[in-house]
Design a protein around this ligand. Structure first.
Ligand SMILES: [Zn+2]
Length: 442
């Protein structure tokens, strides 16, 4: 009843009160996701061409960088446009903002800074609505319906302050939060009690925080009501952790990938095989080291063009992550292209002496499943030949686990590397409450 009320009444009212636009965009996205990849490509080309023209005309940064307006006859022509880096954004924030907008009237966001670069980015109001609509579309794939109550595991949760926010929280975003900056026994058992009382339909949070909460409930034998869907976001989701989360909360995990700079980039659908790109809003390229396009199945650097943000256009922005493109069509029937998997942050790839690189996340995943006794693991590469391992032991931990881990690392990085093994109670969080399984400081 409540859900029907929200779906047909309160949400449209809210949308109008807020200036409208979100629901129209959501309906448009729900149509276009069924288009063929070719037709979606045409839409991208049209939007990308318009954005490139707009950026050249209104952003000093692009005028100075490009010298002349790029001609975009096909999406392949993008390869001639220079890539924008995090350093570019840091050094030229004001020049990237469109002269058509006052920066004070734009919506600002600060990126995490866990890679050592904290950035200010801005987007306009229409873009924010489009981003909200894109999030709602994929929330729907995960089982969310307007009015669903969300249990969020989040660092520094939002507290509704203004009347508008309170109305929104009551009628639309019905949400309860567990602050992931304070994950302890007390806060987790309190939150489990709240979940039993209010029976939220959705669970939402950073992958590893969801895992920590799930593992806590499992170990204590605390039951919570099953949810309709689980959305995991903002970081790498390890398979073994996904299984624990799904078992405890009785629902599949929908993994999602995005960033503050351009919003949602990709999300799993009901099939949970790879992630659909958010193609109507973001043009995604996968590039090899030399800048040429990676082939399907081949890992590449993720470079994105925001097709919606006129406030601060980002054209060919290197997000700092690696992923694998695919040619596979999804069994769900949507035409949105698939990213086979996210392989990690560029900065989190560990380096071998011969210059080759290892996805730290894969190494962690491999050892977690192969060596008994390891609950969680974080690999920090301090130097080419120096590693710090932070290990959370599981109940069956023995010294043997440490020896096996040592052998795996030496096989991968050389027999004479130095390894420091720390047994810790939990992995340390980043300032933005995310976790990283591998950190490369080389
Ligand atoms: Zn699909």
């Amino acid at each position: 009843m409540w859900q029907a009320l929200c779906q047909y009444v309160t949400y449209p009212v809210w949308d109008v009160y807020d200036g409208g636009g979100r629901l129209a965009e959501l309906r448009s996205l729900q149509r276009s996701e069924r288009w063929t990849p070719e037709r979606l490509g045409e839409l991208q080309l049209e939007r990308a061409r318009a954005m490139v023209g707009y950026a050249y005309e209104h952003c000093r940064f692009y005028r100075e960088r490009w010298k002349s307006a790029p001609t975009i006859a096909s999406l392949q022509d993008f390869s001639r446009i220079p890539v924008v880096t995090k350093a570019d954004i840091g050094a030229h924030t004001n020049d990237l903002i469109s002269s058509q907008f006052e920066s004070a009237k734009l919506i600002g966001a600060k990126t995490g800074g866990s890679t050592g670069v904290a950035l200010r980015v801005y987007f306009d109001e229409d873009c924010q609505k489009a981003r909200n609509a894109a999030a709602m579309r994929t929330d729907g794939w995960a089982g969310w319906r307007p009015g669903s109550m969300i249990a969020g595991l989040w660092g520094t949760p939002p507290v509704p302050r203004t009347l508008k926010e309170k109305i929104r929280n009551t009628f639309h975003d019905r949400a309860i939060y567990l602050d992931t900056m304070r994950l302890d026994e007390q806060s987790m058992s309190d939150f489990a009690a709240t979940m039993r009382r209010l029976e939220p339909e959705m669970l939402f949070g950073h992958a590893h925080s969801l895992f920590i909460f799930a593992q806590f409930l499992q170990q204590r034998g605390i039951a919570v009501p099953a949810v309709d869907g689980i959305i995991s976001t903002s970081m790498m989701l390890i398979d073994s952790e996904r299984k624990v989360i799904e078992a405890v909360f009785g629902s599949p995990v929908t993994n999602r990938y995005g960033c503050e700079e351009v919003g949602l980039i990709a999300s799993e659908c009901e099939e949970h095989r790879g992630m659909h790109l958010n193609s109507e809003h973001v043009f995604v390229e996968f590039l090899r080291e030399d800048g040429s396009p990676a082939q399907p199945g081949e890992e590449g650097r993720i470079v994105v063009t925001d097709l919606m943000n006129k406030g601060m256009p980002l054209i060919r922005y290197a997000v700092g992550d690696m992923g694998v493109p695919s040619e596979r069509r999804c069994a769900c029937g949507r035409g949105l292209p698939i990213m086979e998997r996210l392989t990690g942050r560029t900065a989190d790839f560990l380096k071998r002496r011969d210059g080759s690189r290892v996805a730290g996340i894969s190494l962690v995943e491999k050892t977690l499943t192969a060596i008994p006794g390891i609950g969680q693991l974080q690999i920090v590469q301090e130097q080419l030949d120096e590693f710090v391992l932070n290990l959370v032991p599981s109940p069956d931990y023995t010294e043997q686990a440490g020896r096996e881990l040592d052998a795996v690392l030496r096989k991968e990085f050389g027999g004479d590397i130095r390894i420091q093994l720390n047994r810790v109670e939990r992995l340390a969080q980043e300032r933005n409450s995310k976790y990283r399984f591998s950190i490369c400081k080389v």
